[in-house]
Design a protein around this ligand. Structure first.
Ligand SMILES: [Zn+2]
Length: 445
């Protein structure tokens, strides 16, 4: 059981938030000690576009040549909402590439983040949060005299508001605010209020005030302007009559969530199995609630896998082994429930995008004390939304899209279902086709 995941070197439990400063996702996976070599070759249909490792933009629109490194006395800490990380036209990464004295962390739950705690503990540079609020100090009127640690939350207005509210470690920081003196040049994303600016524009302005040298940070806007121009040019080309003629009839609108269209490495498919008594057996059902006995997961774009059985603590329903297609001995030989949850904690990342079929297994998992990252998709609903018809069971929907024999990624029915889910997530990417850049058309929350 779980042979694939057994020899895994666990990620440090605390290291949930992944520092993105200079470490690519690939390196992060390497740290986890996962055997992903050759995993891509399992999926011949998936060919990622050639992407610049530094700015993470397709090489055709790489802005690295426009980056200038600007040293600062201010320590900048960028806390990026997980949904923002894969926003191709985000600006936090660009800002972190311009600022050697900065750190970019991705996550939502900062209460237990050792990395953040360490950054906030700098006595030489007390921390302040750049965030509009009634008690915020106006930076124009009273800029701090000594160097500070400037914490900046990156995401849509709704997402950052939620993030600050849910994390007292952020909400309790002293706050700084500023009024932009010119309108945003971020013409490719819609902001709910005219005075809102992008993260990099805010930093250009605020660092100018903090460091007492407003002009010095204008260089940060060069890559930003380049990205905006590129994006608008691409859009104009796509919308020109000629390209419309070339692309043939208008494609139906894509209903697949942006996260599933644009993200690869942190898509995480999960399947759980339960020891459950049959519905008609009311007497046993009343006595023995469903309990989790198997949990399998796969990152379909990297090949990393997880599998673990938890030995049933309640009497095993006679129908369970047959339903799960797992023999009784294997179930009884499972790990303890606590071991399963602990091993899982070392596998899962806060910014994983959890994909399941329906909500039964994920709900059972969470009720059993298991941790799941906040961003989750029920692929059944996504598929239904996309095809606009009744899609039936997982097996039926899979049969309607499968073009290759099912690969299994674990023991029994769960392993088969996991292979089907992986195939469905890859099929969503195929359906979305060229829409990798469509984030510029997406209305933000
Ligand atoms: Zn680049």
């Amino acid at each position: 059981m779980g042979a694939q995941s057994r020899h895994r070197t666990p990620l440090a439990a605390q290291q949930r938030a992944i520092s993105e400063a200079d470490v690519g996702r690939a390196a992060a996976q390497k740290r986890g000690g996962c055997a992903t070599t050759g995993a891509m070759s399992e999926f011949p249909g998936f060919e990622p576009r050639s992407v610049c490792q530094r700015c993470r933009r397709p090489e055709s629109v790489c802005y690295c040549a426009y980056l200038t490194r600007i040293p600062t006395k201010t320590r900048v800490v960028l806390l990026q909402h997980p949904r923002e990380r894969d926003m191709a036209i985000g600006t936090a990464r660009m800002a972190s590439l311009c600022l050697p004295n900065s750190e970019l962390l991705v996550g939502f739950d900062w209460e237990n983040s050792e990395a953040l705690k360490r950054l906030l503990a700098d006595q030489e540079r007390p921390a302040s949060l750049l965030y509009p609020s009634p008690e915020a100090v106006d930076l124009q009127a009273a800029p701090p005299k000594e160097p500070i640690t400037l914490v900046v939350v990156d995401g849509t207005w709704a997402n950052t508001k939620k993030m600050v509210r849910s994390n007292p470690v952020l909400a309790n920081l002293p706050k700084l605010a500023f009024r932009p003196t010119r309108p945003s040049e971020y013409r490719i994303r819609r902001e709910p209020k005219a005075q809102f600016v992008s993260t990099i524009e805010a930093l250009t302005y605020v660092l100018g005030l903090l460091e007492g040298d407003p002009g010095r940070f204008d260089a940060m806007l060069r890559p930003f302007r380049q990205m905006v121009d590129n994006q608008l040019t691409c859009k104009a080309e796509r919308c020109s009559p000629r390209s419309r003629y070339k692309s043939g009839p208008k494609q139906p609108r894509c209903h697949i969530p942006i996260e599933l269209r644009t993200t690869s490495s942190n898509v995480l498919c999960v399947v759980g199995e339960a020891n459950a008594w049959p519905c008609r057996d009311l007497e046993h059902r009343a006595q023995f609630p469903d309990e989790l006995v198997q949990w399998v997961a796969l990152r379909p774009f990297t090949g990393e896998r997880f599998e673990c059985f938890a030995a049933p603590r309640l009497p095993l329903s006679p129908s369970t082994p047959a339903h799960l297609n797992v023999d009784e001995a294997t179930l009884h030989a499972g790990e303890s429930h606590a071991t399963l949850l602990d091993r899982w904690k070392h596998f899962v990342h806060d910014d994983d995008i959890v994909c399941s079929w329906g909500r039964y297994a994920t709900t059972l998992f969470v009720q059993s004390g298991g941790y799941l990252p906040p961003l989750r998709f029920d692929l059944r609903l996504v598929a239904k939304d996309q095809v606009k018809r009744n899609i039936g069971t997982l097996e039926q929907y899979y049969a309607s899209i499968a073009t290759e024999p099912t690969q299994t990624f674990g023991t029994g029915r769960a392993g088969v279902r996991l292979g089907q889910l992986a195939c469905i997530t890859r099929d969503f990417r195929r359906v979305a086709g060229e829409s990798l850049d469509d984030d510029l058309d997406t209305t933000r929350e």
